[in-house]
Design a binder for this molecule. Structure first.
Ligand code: CO
Length: 505
């Protein structure tokens, strides 16, 4: 009888997920790549054979609605139709979905089901506090929908973030039903030694669970960390395509292939196809020059000192400028570890990065905890979940006193009653379609959704001398054809979206 088990000597190669359509432009171009800039290259990316294409989630949904006047769900469906061979992946903030606070379980379920229906395959789910209870509702729904649930370990450094603590979190993720584990290093802090140690530890405890390393090349560590992780048994790493790669984004695919050249686990991807894709993205990068910043492309080991995500640093500079506190930049950065420690050494990732950053600024400006932000108080009181370390008891008592709320230890979503019925009423009140997609978008971005929806039926702007840019996918197919001579298209003119009817004369 033939033995179909792989031979022990057979070494499976590692694989690359590609992030150019999500984290690549989120990190380097303020998330501004539009679906019209993605469609011409989607099929070619699909043909390269990456293990996954990251196409959605993170900030892309907020930005699509707020600035690009795009329906995020239609973006997903469009990309899925053009790139159907490669599994699509999204980044989901656990109980925060793609928003900034906790939502009720019924909203989490509706969001996951709606995304799965539009073609999402892999849900990479994280919680800013690394509290696995905040992943349970999302993971359960993903599994029920027959999709892949990837649990995330947010990597950070602090006295409580030991190897053992991270591996214990890995055990918890497997326990709640995650199919795969992602080690997410949002600030690009992980070096080769730490990466290898963590990956080897996870693989030893859970040999059947695929492990992914996601990092940023901000300090120039990501590529060496990836190499070490692959040596230690990582199944996948995340790479992007230049110029939406390197710097504060993921290492570029071609460079990573070269670093792994000759390695028994090196994957194979068509360099010519990758070069062509790069040429295409050069044009997109140039078109987005208003949103790119040369400082983000540079390798800068400063992040290792500050230990804050790259996006947070640029936000910070803006905030300080607005408050006329530019000269206090170093004081505010020095205050961050103090705030983190007081709040139980929480990792810095959306939304905690913004909350900790703002509180550090307030502490410097008004004195420590003299002006306690409501969100920071909620963290201190347990309303975001269990913190990795203990919250400073004095800070917690102060938060309780000011807010009048009691500290809690239960899963935060257990405090939120179902929200969908009320959301449906809101949709009706605002004459918005009463669908699950609209309900979940309304829960997170009510004002943007109203503006987006208005833009759909807006009359064309008055005639002017201004040049008009019309954007449609390269090979636009009508959304609907109501008669042999009448077709309906969604088109974007000068960033405003219209439902256009094209009639053959
Ligand atoms: Co990232």
């Amino acid at each position: 009888m033939r033995n179909f088990l792989p031979r022990m000597s057979q070494v499976s190669s590692a694989a690359f997920n590609n992030t150019v359509l999500r984290d690549g432009h989120q990190s380097l171009a303020a998330t501004r790549m539009s679906v019209a800039q993605m469609t011409p290259i989607a099929a070619q990316l699909d043909a390269i054979g990456f293990s996954r294409l990251e196409t959605w989630g993170g900030a892309t949904i907020d930005v699509a609605l707020r600035f690009l006047l795009e329906n995020p769900f239609e973006r997903l469906a469009t990309l899925k139709a053009l790139a159907s061979k490669t599994p699509h992946m999204m980044l989901l903030r656990g109980q925060n979905l793609v928003g900034y606070k906790h939502y009720a379980d019924d909203v989490v379920e509706a969001f996951v089901n709606a995304s799965a229906k539009r073609g999402m395959d892999v849900f990479r789910v994280f919680d800013a506090l690394n509290d696995p209870r905040n992943l349970i509702a999302a993971v359960r729904t993903v599994k029920k929908a027959g999709k892949i649930a990837e649990g995330v370990i947010c990597y950070t450094t602090s006295p409580v973030h030991t190897l053992e603590a991270f591996l214990k979190l890995g055990d918890d993720l497997v326990e709640i039903g995650c199919d795969t584990i992602c080690l997410k290093d949002m600030s690009g802090l992980i070096g080769p030694h730490a990466a290898a140690e963590l990956v080897a530890g996870l693989k030893k405890r859970h040999p059947a669970i695929p492990v992914v390393l996601h990092s940023h090349d901000t300090a120039g560590l990501a590529a060496t960390a990836y190499y070490a992780a692959i040596e230690a048994g990582a199944d996948m790493v995340d790479t992007s395509i230049a110029p939406f790669a390197n710097g504060t984004a993921q290492p570029d695919t071609v460079r990573m292939l070269e670093i792994l050249k000759g390695h028994p686990r090196a994957p194979q991807y068509d360099i010519r196809a990758l070069t062509e894709a790069r040429e295409y993205f050069n044009g997109v990068f140039a078109a987005l020059s208003k949103f790119t910043n040369p400082a983000n492309d540079r390798v800068d080991s400063d992040t290792l000192t500050y230990q804050v995500p790259g996006g947070m640093l640029s936000n910070f500079r803006n905030q300080l400028k607005e408050q006329k506190m530019t000269d206090r930049f170093n004081d505010v950065l020095a205050e961050i570890p103090h705030v983190r420690q007081a709040l139980g050494w929480i990792p810095l990732v959306t939304p905690t990065s913004q909350i900790v950053g703002s509180q550090a600024l307030l502490n410097v400006r008004f004195g420590r905890w003299k002006n306690f932000s409501p969100a920071a108080m909620d963290i201190a009181l347990g309303y975001y979940g269990r913190t990795p370390g203990k919250v400073d008891p004095e800070v917690q008592a102060l938060a309780a006193k000011i807010s009048g709320k009691d500290p809690v230890t239960i899963r935060p979503a257990d405090l939120i009653s179902p929200e969908l019925p009320n959301l449906r009423q809101e949709l009706q009140k605002n004459a918005l379609p009463e669908t699950d997609e609209m309900a979940v978008l309304y829960a997170m971005f009510p004002e943007q959704l109203k503006i987006y929806h208005k833009s759909l039926s807006a009359p064309p702007p008055a005639q002017s001398e201004k040049p008009i840019t019309i954007t449609t996918p390269a090979h636009a197919t009508p959304k609907e054809q109501t008669s042999p001579t009448r077709s309906h298209f969604a088109i974007t003119i000068n960033n405003t979206r219209y439902n256009a009817t094209v009639e053959e004369l």
